[in-house]
Structures are given as C-alpha cells and as structure tokens.
Ligand binder design. Structure first.
Ligand SMILES: *Cc1c(COP(=O)(O)O)cnc(C)c1O
Length: 397
C-alpha cells in the first residue's frame, strides 16, 4: 500500500486512513465468489467499522447490514442500507431498540433467549405487527481463536443451547406476533481454520434433520461471520480467500432448495483497507530496551491492549536501507497496557516519522474512545484520482 506522505504532513495525527479502492476490490471479490449462488446473502457486520463513508460504499454495492444495537440500525438506515436487508442480533436488546426494528420493518431479529422472545412478542402486539425471528443457536464449536472472541462454546453468554431449541421454536410458533423464520449461528471472529466452518455445516445439517422430523420448517440459515484476515502480511494478502470460504458452505451445507443462506462478515470486509497513522514523538532509551513513543494509543486502536493483537507496524518515513533497530512501540495513554508491540524490529526511527499500523480497518475506529480527554480520530480516504479529503459526515469531527 502506498501512503501520500506529503498530504499526511498537513494533517493532525493520529488519524485513520482508508484505501477505498481496496474496499471496492474486496466487495467485488465477495460478489464474484457468490455470483452463481443467488440464495447466498451477505450482511455486513456494522460493528467492525461504522464509518459513514465506508458504509455508503458497502450499502451501494448491495450488501445488507448486521446490527447489534439500535444505534447501528439507525446508522445502517441513514447510510442507505435497505431495512429489508437489516438483521438485528445481541443478547441485550432494550425496548426502544426492539421498537425501532419493528417500526422500520427490519428483516429479522436474531433472538438469543426466551425472555427476549416474549418481550418482542409483546412489543410487536402493541404495534399490531409480526416480528420475524431467527434463533441464535449455540453450536458448541471451538473456533480456535482468541478466548475473548470465541462465541460458539456452550459456556458463553450468546445464543440458545441446541437442546433448548425445540422448546424455543415451539413457543415462537404459538406466539401471535412472532413469525419463526430461521436459525442463526456465529462461532467467533478472526477464524483462519476453515475446518471450524466445516464443523458448523455438519452441526447445521444434523439440526436441520432433527427439526424437519419434528415438522418444523426453516426458511433462512444464518451462519454468521468471523472469517479472519492476514495481520502479518497485509500487502501479500490484502483480500481474504472468499472463494474457499464460500466453497466450504457450497460443498458441505445441505441447503434446501427453498432456503436462503445468510452471512455476516465484518472484519474480512474492512480490516485490510484501513491503517492507523501516527507520528513518532520520542525515542526513549531505557537500560535494556528502547521505546518508540507515538501519538496514537489504545484510545484509537484498542486491539493490542484488549486482545493481545499485533498489527503490522511500518515506519513509512524512513528511507529504504535504513538499519533496523528493536523497539517497544507504545502510546501516550496512562495505562501500562498501552503498548502496540514489544521488541518490534523497525528501521531506526526519529521524532516526526510517520508510523502506520496496518490492518486496522476493523474494530479500530469503531472502538475508539475519548479516554484521557482525547479527541476521536478523524478519517481520511484515498479515492483513486480524488484528493485526500476528510470525511465531512464523520461524527468525530
Ligand atoms: C461481530 C459479529 C459478526 C462479525 O464478525 P467478524 O468476525 O467481524 O466477521 C457477525 N455476526 C455477529 C452476530 C457478530 O456479533
């Protein structure tokens, strides 16, 4: 990826920089991989990145939206996503959020508990509406990813256990203002081992047989998101292997001819198109190590502190052939966890050098905070042949 340093000189750091042509290529790649699969539908998971400029591009490419809050439903609608392509998940939907979904006739509520189902039924009755619901099922699959982003195991808070599903569907079918449409699964995030999806397909196949023998008809199967990206080599693998990903479902999932298959990809759509750009403030030499202190911190990118994630880190100012040194790359926030990377080899760096944290397009800007009274980061875009321009609709401005 190329970075327009002369333009960066004029901008206050830290900021997010998005390559919209990469986003466009990524969206095209998803569409190509599903072109001959008319019953496959991708809902982009808004929580990965809710930057309005990105959302408009994703919506206008025809994708739906996967939302996990009322705020995300509002954001999706105002960014051009069609309500008929909005699904709403989350273990703790509040009444106003459910009402918002009902008022806008969203496609589906992904329900995670019986008490939630009862509340949706009551609120829908008040409006004389019928809510489409899918049950989030906990398939008890280990996605072999970070413990904080594994969601499909029995002991976590998400979804309904497989053994309780029959009862839940039975209840839903008796409720006047509920229409049971489908099953929802989401087994985790940053999944690189596609066998986890193969296991998911087998679980879904088994479950479908059980439900059918009990006379239950299911219209939609939603297999969630979670496809991982290459954090180590973003330039070598800027676009995830969507062909193989969708190929797993094509090959192993026994979809009935009347059924629709839904996906909720987040990270794999937006991660590689975004970088966090910071400037080097100081090189601080300790006794056993040296610190490269930048002006971005966990307030802009919390993944290293929260998940122990490591982002490919580049000194984009250093001339080629600069000798390498080893640094702990840290931010200015008053938390000892405000560390981007330990013992990272980088070109010998100087005050003022631009540092790019790559693959920061997902769970970066959306998780930014104002801790330490910092300002939320601004975002800038490269639109091929257009000038670098700040996002005039960004709520951070
Ligand atoms: C977070 C989330 C996703 C998206 O996950 P990615 O790993 O970003 O693809 C999809 N569905 C649900 C229900 C989620 O909570």
């Amino acid at each position: 990826m190329k970075f327009p340093l002369e333009k960066f000189e004029k901008i206050r750091t830290p900021f997010y920089y998005y390559d919209l042509s990469l986003l466009s290529d990524t969206l095209s790649s998803i569409k190509e991989a599903t072109a001959d699969l008319p019953n496959y539908h991708v809902h982009y998971a808004i929580k990965a990145n809710a930057n309005p400029r990105l959302l408009r591009q994703i919506a206008s490419a025809g994708f739906g939206a996967d939302c996990v809050s009322g705020g995300e439903i509002e954001t999706a609608l105002s960014s051009g996503f069609d309500a008929s392509k909005i699904v709403f998940a989350g273990v703790g939907k509040s009444d106003w959020e459910i009402n918002l979904g009902l008022d806008n006739n969203i496609a589906c509520f992904n329900v995670e508990s019986i008490p939630e189902l009862e509340v949706i039924n009551q609120l829908a009755a008040k409006k004389e509406k019928t809510a489409n619901v899918a049950f989030r099922v906990n398939p008890n699959i280990d996605a072999h990813t970070h413990e904080k982003i594994t969601t499909g195991l029995n002991e976590n808070k998400f979804g309904i256990a497989m053994e309780d599903l029959h009862e839940a569907i039975g209840l839903a079918c008796k409720m006047k203002n509920i229409n049971y449409v489908g099953l929802h699964f989401h087994i985790g995030s940053q999944i690189l081992d596609l066998d986890a999806y193969h296991a998911l397909c087998q679980r879904v196949n088994d479950l479908q047989k059980q439900l059918e023998s009990a006379g239950i008809k299911t219209q939609t199967i939603n297999v969630g998101g979670g496809l991982g990206i290459d954090y180590e080599q973003p330039d070598a693998n800027p676009i995830p292997d969507f062909q193989s990903y969708f190929g797993i479902f094509r090959k192993h999932l026994n979809l009935r001819s009347h059924q629709q298959l839904h996906f909720e990809l987040g990270r794999s759509v937006v991660a590689q198109c975004g970088s966090l750009i910071a400037r080097t403030l100081y090189i601080k030499k300790g006794h056993t190590k040296q610190f490269l202190i930048v002006d971005a911190g966990l307030t802009e990118l919390i993944r290293p502190a929260m998940y122990g994630a490591v982002h490919a880190t580049l000194n984009i100012s250093a001339p080629k052939e600069t000798p390498t040194e080893v640094y702990d790359v840290v931010g200015p926030i008053c938390e000892s966890s405000d560390v981007f990377a330990k013992a990272m080899p980088l070109p010998q760096s100087r005050r003022g050098d631009f540092i790019a944290f790559r693959s920061a397009g997902a769970y970066g800007e959306t998780m930014a905070s104002c801790y330490n009274c910092r300002q939320l980061p601004q975002s800038y875009f490269n639109m091929s042949n257009e000038n670098l321009s700040p996002n005039d609709m960004d709520c951070s401005m």
